[in-house]
Design a protein around this ligand. Structure first.
Ligand SMILES: [Zn+2]
Length: 462
């Protein structure tokens, strides 16, 4: 077969030949002129063709480079590289925030709690996070003798992957209850629920924080879920699981954390992994992950001990044939469970951090994270802000380096007694603070980023 260039040239010569044959013999100069012109035409044509070909190869080159970058520029995330970033203080802060709602008893309306969780996820770049409001008409229960008619609030947001048809769900219930433990006297207005289940929500949010902060991409889709009305009968989870079936979602696994912070410091760290008949291998895999990546010994409860599996959100998924695993602390404390003592200070956030590691490893396994190497580098050398002049008489400047500048940071100034003397959320890279009215002494300036990280500097007022 002839190549394209040869055929183009022949086309031109053919036209020149025709010119010869048709031209009157006496007009030879004209003919030569035509030949001359035609030759230029051929040259111009060939040149243009070359440019076009170059353009094509340029596009091709760019395409190849892009392809190489997207395939080899991404690094498969090694779980172990990220485990040290999971932060007990960040988990604890979320628990405290949740506890500070005073009550999360679902019939009183958890819209504000849902909004808080939504905002946290949005801050971590999960901007599609929405509140899924649903109506329920519940008959009186043995705990609450009045019927309930009204709204509950789930939160759901997704990180889309390169293959968003396959979904990994990480979920936890956001509501709480206080019936005075075994006394079954309902206290609607104070349900701190730090362990049950602010701890599970905090693990879920911590996953979003790590993924955002280290700019991890995912192959499969990750759905972040916070369920309302778990304590009243797994209603939030039932709604989401129902929708999965209706929409024929392909869920690889649902990971449920419910009560994951109670662990006596002096005892061996253990966790119960409740397992479902359709997902025994997944529970065993989760156990192997505990052994490999955390200091927690996994327990797969047998027989009646596994009955608890029906008492949390994952049950609604399991019932509908969706594979799920359910993490719950091994050490169950009757004195705190569903009481006013279910408060942050009673729990072990070193343990919760270990649970976070297990969750991260599982998400990485099922969703498959990727990362660009240069992103990790920039995050690794985290900088602090600076305060000057120090000591200060009147105006101090807070200077935030570009690498950590987030417009929705907050600055707080504490005095020596830990009282807040000043705070602002209107922040530029250089933010002035007026110290002239402050008493002389030592102050701490704290910068809090939207992802819950805080940085601090001491300053002396003279
Ligand atoms: Zn509970």
């Amino acid at each position: 077969m002839m190549n394209q260039g040869t055929r183009d040239r022949e086309f031109f010569y053919f036209r020149v030949d025709k010119l010869f044959s048709s031209a009157p013999q006496k007009n030879l100069t004209n003919i030569f002129f035509y030949i001359f012109l035609s030759d230029i035409n051929v040259k111009i044509y060939t040149f243009a063709k070359k440019i076009l070909n170059m353009k094509k190869s340029l596009f091709f080159l760019i395409f190849i480079l892009f392809f190489i970058f997207s395939v080899f520029g991404q690094v498969k995330v090694e779980t172990a590289d990220y485990l040290n970033y999971i932060d007990r203080d960040s988990i604890k802060k979320t628990v405290l925030d949740m506890e500070n709602f005073t009550t999360r008893y679902a019939p009183l309306g958890n819209r504000n709690v849902a909004q808080y969780i939504q905002q946290r996820l949005v801050n971590y770049g999960i901007i599609n996070t929405e509140i899924d409001t649903f109506y329920k008409n519940l008959p009186p229960s043995l705990l609450d003798f009045v019927p309930f008619r009204g709204y509950f609030y789930n939160v759901r947001g997704s990180i889309l992957g390169t293959n968003s048809d396959s979904i990994v769900i990480i979920g936890a219930h956001l509501d709480a209850i206080n019936h005075n433990g075994s006394q079954y006297v309902l206290n609607k207005n104070f349900t701190p629920g730090a362990d049950d289940n602010a701890s599970g929500v905090a693990i879920m949010i911590e996953m979003a924080r790590i993924i955002h902060q280290y700019n991890l991409k995912t192959q499969n889709r990750i759905d972040f879920l916070a369920f309302d009305a778990e304590e009243l009968g797994l209603h939030g989870a039932a709604r989401d699981a129902q929708r999965r079936i209706a929409e024929q979602d392909k869920v690889i696994i649902m990971v449920n954390n419910d009560m994951v912070s109670n662990q006596p410091i002096e005892e061996e760290y253990r966790i119960n992994i409740h397992w479902y008949d359709n997902a025994r291998p997944e529970a065993e895999y989760a156990a192997s992950v505990c052994n490999e990546y955390s200091s927690i010994r996994p327990i797969l409860p047998q027989g009646n001990d596994n009955g608890m599996r029906e008492n949390s959100d994952s049950w609604e998924y399991a019932k509908k044939g969706i594979k799920s695993v359910f993490f719950i602390e091994y050490s169950f404390d009757q004195d705190y469970y569903h009481t006013s003592y279910d408060i942050c200070e009673n729990y072990n956030y070193e343990y919760a951090e270990e649970v976070g590691k297990v969750n991260f490893a599982l998400l990485n396994h099922y969703a498959r994270f990727n990362s660009y190497p240069f992103d990790i580098q920039t995050v690794k050398d985290r900088e602090n802000f600076s305060v000057y002049p120090n000591p200060v008489q009147r105006m101090a400047n807070i200077a935030i380096p570009t690498s950590m500048y987030v417009p929705s940071c907050m600055i707080q100034v504490f005095d020596n007694y830990g009282r807040i003397c000043y705070q602002t959320s209107v922040i530029q890279q250089r933010t002035p603070i007026d110290f002239s009215e402050f008493a002389s002494g030592l102050y701490v300036v704290q910068l809090i980023t939207p992802d819950g990280h805080s940085y601090s500097k001491k300053i002396v007022k003279i």
